[in-house]
Design a protein around this ligand. Structure first.
Ligand code: NAP
Length: 260
């Protein structure tokens, strides 16, 4: 392939990306990466209208179409409303990034039922709800790319947040199941599994005395990921360069956890 065509094959013009939890952190970075490659973007969020408004402003500045949709994706009816709003505005849904998530927990013998349910309902069920809502449209199009944002915790476990690790492990088996189920319909399903990323989610942990330094010393590349470090691999999995990748768990962790 000629270099110019190679670059063209990375462009996502005329495609539409929906990112759950797209208003902040990793999701916001993915929204920006999609927009910079020319895809229209739908920014889903739960509570923070201001952050969502900023996110679509940033995307629109690149010249693409952008829409913010408030929806609690732990609820199927909200997920359906999100995808219907996408179809009304843009007529299709090419890329779905299942990213919205929370990280809260406690030792198992102190964990409340509410904390267990809240985590599983958003991180795991909230991945299924948006897939449930988007896949019928992707099947009609005979094209789709789904990227599920899991975590190293889903592969190696994580003490004191077993609820979170279980939700992330569930996302990984969901990825593999949907990859074989939907591949015949032109829909690829993959997961990006980040290690530590500098977002609001980890701000309290990073604020603990000495924590960040110790963490950086344990990461072979010597630093915590930026949101963009995760956003680009998410978007890569939606490009033509990744067209034969299906059912993959792409670890993006600076080499801190070497698991496949
Ligand atoms: P974040 O900065 O806390 O952002 C979370 C996003 O999710 C926000 O846009 C938030 O919107 C949205 N959200 C929260 N509850 C929602 C709901 N019920 N429905 C729809 N959207 C909702 O998080 P992040 O660090 O970017 O994490 C994103 C994903 O990466 C998560 O799945 C997380 O498990 C995974 N991950 C993160 C790390 C890390 O170190 N940060 C590491 C591995 C994996 P509002 O602001 O409106 O509530």
């Amino acid at each position: 392939m000629e270099p110019a065509h190679l670059i063209d094959s990375l462009k996502l013009k005329d495609h539409v990306a929906v990112v759950t939890g797209g208003s902040r952190g990793i999701g916001r970075a993915a929204v920006n990466c999609f927009a910079r490659l020319g895809a229209s973007v739908v920014v889903n969020y739960a509570r923070d209208d201001g952050a969502a408004k900023d996110a679509i402003g940033e995307a629109e500045a690149t010249g693409v179409g952008a829409l913010a949709v408030q929806a609690d994706v732990s609820l199927l009816a909200d997920a359906e409303r999100l995808i219907e709003a996408t179809i009304r505005q843009f007529g299709r849904v090419d890329f779905l990034v299942c990213n919205a998530g929370i990280w809260e927990g406690s030792p198992v013998d102190q964990m409340t039922e509410q904390v267990w349910d809240r985590t599983i309902d958003l991180n795991l069920k909230g991945t299924w709800t948006v897939c449930r809502a988007a896949v019928p449209y992707m099947k009609q199009q005979q094209f789709g790319r789904i990227v599920i944002v899991s975590s190293t915790a889903g592969q190696r476990g994580e003490a004191d947040v077993s609820n979170y690790a279980a939700s992330k492990g569930g996302q990984i088996s969901l990825t593999k199941s949907l990859a074989s189920e939907l591949g015949p319909f032109g829909i690829n399903v993959n997961s990006v599994a980040p290690g530590w990323v500098d977002t609001d989610m980890c701000a309290d942990a990073f604020a603990r005395q000495g924590f960040r330094k110790a963490l950086e010393n344990s990461i072979p590349v010597g630093r915590v990921a930026t949101p963009d470090d995760i956003g680009w691999p998410i978007v890569f999995l939606c490009t033509e360069w990744a067209r034969h990748i299906n059912g993959e768990i792409l670890n993006v962790n600076g080499g801190s956890v070497l698991c496949g």
